[in-house]
Design a protein around this ligand. Sequence first.
Ligand code: FAD
Length: 368
Amino acid sequence: NVKYDYLIVGSGLFGSVFAYEANKAGKKCLVIDRRNHSGGNVHCQNLEGINVHSYGAHIFHTDSLQIWKYVNQFADFNHYINSPLALSEGKLYNLPFNMNTFYQLWGVKTPSEARSIIEAEVNSSNFKTPANLEEQALSLVGESIYKKFIQHYTKKQWGRDASCLPAFIIKRLPLRYTYNNNYFNDRYQGIPIGGYNLVVNKMLQNIELRLSHDFFKDRSFFESLAEKIVFTGKIDEFYQYQYGKLEYRSLKFEHEIHDIQDYQGNAVVNYCDLTAAFTRIIEHKHFEFGTQKSTVITKEYAINESLNSEPYYPINDTKNMKILKRYQCLADKESNVIFGGRLAEYRYYDMHQVIASALKKASDEQWK
Ligand code: FAD
């Protein structure tokens, strides 16, 4: 009766990489997804001939040559470099915080001038052990940068004042004393030519895939199908929320088509003030150097989780981490279930990290 070696719940990057590797090793896999498309959060929809990132902007970056070569099997990548802008009090600034930003803020032209302003501000904040996110940010970057770029943006992101948020949310706020607007420090970066769907479709091309199938709607049936389950959904849902629900921050996306060639001249513009309710506007064609006659933009809002919203960012505070530990104890006892990916591990993963994790879990199998 057992028809498959692996039932893979979720066709996001974790599930798709695992399925590809298992299939290559001669294992029979069935991939199911509760959504009506594959790819999980890297999925794109085609609007006006533009790949629109349905679940938020996705820029591939990695420092690992192995991971870079791995993804390049499935698509060629373009030379997109992420250089976001920040709009604050009517003026545009370069991100990440670098000499261009400091010049725009204070007119300073040399790294030593910028350093002395920032050091003076940091020293005057004088927090030995920051008690909240505001104090943490002030002690890392000083008052000017905090007020212009962090204070209100953070409030929109988390729905609470920075002074009421835990300091651990911001561990580092890198300051770059060179004129370099490349957001990432990684050696390799780009967007797959043809979009992320192409990558995932190639991974899954020889594998049975059932979309709009929710594991929990017919759990015992699905469990009976395979020797082992690779579960990439929510770990608390897997255990019927018996220790409580793990909390997430969610997002809302509003896509708009505009009958002009270029809306904002850049893929990503952050909106730092409270006057705009959204946190950023994404103009998707710029990820691909698109030349279409029209353009598609997405306004991104950070919202509380509700019944209909997607879980995006895990809230890794003490309360949730305690709950997670209890679920992990149950998971450790499972002999036929592999938990992987952002929802099953309840952690934020970048794409390159989730691919590395799936490759590791696949190699742990040794395809016995
Ligand atoms: P997912 O993509 O979420 O896949 C899980 C799949 O499981 C989903 O398709 C879901 O429908 C399915 N599923 C869940 N439960 C069930 C069930 N019961 N039955 C059937 N199917 C189920 N990373 C970067 O490297 N660069 C970026 O620029 C970047 N930007 C991001 C922006 C945003 C807004 C967010 C939220 C994330 C971003 N990421 C980025 C991270 C990236 O999205 C993740 O690393 C990656 O998508 C995780 O893949 P996954 O397979 O773990 O999860």
